[in-house]
Write a protein that binds this ligand. Structure first.
Ligand SMILES: [Zn+2]
Length: 451
């Protein structure tokens, strides 16, 4: 297994050998791992060597490789996105894509050569954005990745196709279509992900494509509310597609949690410990409290209305001249207002309906929790302040994931160590709680490997 450093390594080092064996023996699902962010250091250094000898060497690549080799120190999330652009330069050929995919799959799913350590996880849903380079089309890229994934049984590995927030409407449409076509051809594509710089892109434009993917039977996961800059409208647009899982959800507002995850207690009324939260408990918050939510004409909802309005305009076949006519604007405004209010009413009605526990199809998207990624990316100040506490206290499904093992120098075992280690190195959860969390992760897989 690759070396780990940072908070995960400190937590792992603090565990007794018996606890390490316990964590290794747990069936674990890794559901949030980016292909290009999970390349083992050894492989990236080999690729950098080839890249240098090809004569295409640049100062940026040399700097980034040196940074990786010496142990990455990421001060800002922007450092991370810069690093990814350099890694992309190293993996632009079909051969390099096959090499890194094979290496990443092995790092998660194979035991170490001497058999001393068990595989990092039992089941892996690897995600990647289909890339088009001068050496390959997006379809070729996905085919190369799937060829490697399908060398493993379906109970062990599958692919999630990512679309990047910076993509144009046409590019998102192409990636979603490719994912659907490949799934229909029997290739092991199980879901769609929305990823990329959280400060970029208008999610209102993504929703039609994401709904199409869901309609075609693909699972949907989205990086959501990763930064404080992510607006309520951004989160609402993504939530309107009812993703099956949510990546990070670090800054999802209390209002949105209460509105969408209807059996969660209202903010400030969480139970005080995990053990108080009996499985299947229907939450204490009542329709009356829901009716206290701000009226749809609140400025936030006016922003949704504006989103519908912009979509209506962009979808319109009218000439530019016609769009400028007053009557058109008035009709469009009425349409967008009706659409926004209908959406809000539907959401509120679902939340208010009696017997709306999860057995009744209540919306309970699994939250993909990436502890080291959040700590090292500095979107969360400490384990104490991490939003995992909210979801644990509210008995909301979560899955523990690594995100990007390359820059964050972590592993599945390292992330689970952060659950079991005593504070301040870890959360100090019991073995029973950690085992329950691991089961929740397996249950949230798109391919349902336990079925
Ligand atoms: Zn991610």
């Amino acid at each position: 297994m690759s070396e780990i450093t940072g908070p995960a390594a400190a937590a792992l080092a603090s565990l007794s050998p018996d606890n390490v064996v316990f964590l290794q023996s747990l069936p674990k699902a890794e559901l949030h791992a980016h292909l290009n962010g999970s390349i083992p250091i050894k492989t990236i250094l080999e690729l950098a060597q080839q890249y240098s000898s090809s004569g295409a060497h640049t100062a940026d690549v040399a700097d980034a490789v040196e940074k990786l080799g010496s142990g990455a120190d990421f001060n800002e999330i922007s450092d991370f996105f810069f690093l990814m652009s350099v890694i992309y330069a190293l993996t632009s050929t079909p051969e390099a894509v096959a090499t890194v995919t094979r290496a990443v799959l092995q790092s998660f799913l194979n035991s170490t050569g001497d058999g001393a350590e068990s595989p990092q996880c039992t089941y892996l849903e690897l995600r990647t954005t289909p890339r088009m380079t001068t050496h390959m089309t997006r379809e070729r890229y996905l085919t190369i990745v799937l060829d490697e994934i399908e060398k493993y049984p379906a109970t062990q590995a599958a692919l999630i196709v990512s679309v990047d927030r910076r993509m144009s409407d046409l590019d998102v449409a192409e990636c979603v279509s490719l994912a659907i076509e490949m799934k229909n051809r029997g290739r092991r594509v199980v879901g769609i992900d929305v990823c990329g710089d959280p400060r970029k892109g208008n999610m209102q434009y993504f929703t039609q494509h994401l709904s199409r993917a869901k309609g075609a039977g693909l699972g949907l996961t989205v990086h959501i509310a990763e930064l404080t800059e992510n607006t309520t409208e951004d989160s609402l647009a993504l939530l309107s597609c009812r993703p099956d899982r949510l990546g990070h959800a670090t800054f999802l507002s209390d209002e949105l949690k209460a509105l969408f995850f209807a059996d969660n207690p209202r903010p400030g009324t969480e139970s005080s410990s995990l053990s108080e939260c009996a499985p299947g408990t229907i939450d204490p918050h009542t329709p009356a409290e829901l009716r206290d939510l701000t009226h749809p004409l609140d400025p936030r909802f006016q922003n949704i209305e504006e989103g519908y309005f912009l979509r209506f305009i962009s979808d319109s076949a009218e000439s530019e001249g016609a769009k400028l006519q007053m009557s058109f604007w008035a009709d469009a405004e009425k349409f967008s207002e009706r659409a926004a209010i209908k959406d809000i009413e539907e959401t509120t009605k679902q939340a208010e309906s009696p017997n709306n526990a999860r057995a009744n199809g209540q919306y309970k998207p699994c939250i993909e929790i990436c502890l080291s990624s959040n700590l090292l990316g500095k979107s969360v100040a400490s384990l104490d302040a991490h939003h995992i506490h909210y979801y644990l206290k509210n008995d909301h499904p979560i899955v523990i994931c690594t995100d990007d093992t390359l820059p964050f120098r972590t592993s599945c075992l390292g992330e689970y160590s952060l659950l079991l280690a005593q504070p301040p190195l870890g959360l100090g959860l019991s073995r029973d709680d950690v085992a329950r969390i691991a089961r929740m992760g397996m249950d949230a897989a798109f391919l349902r490997p336990r079925d």
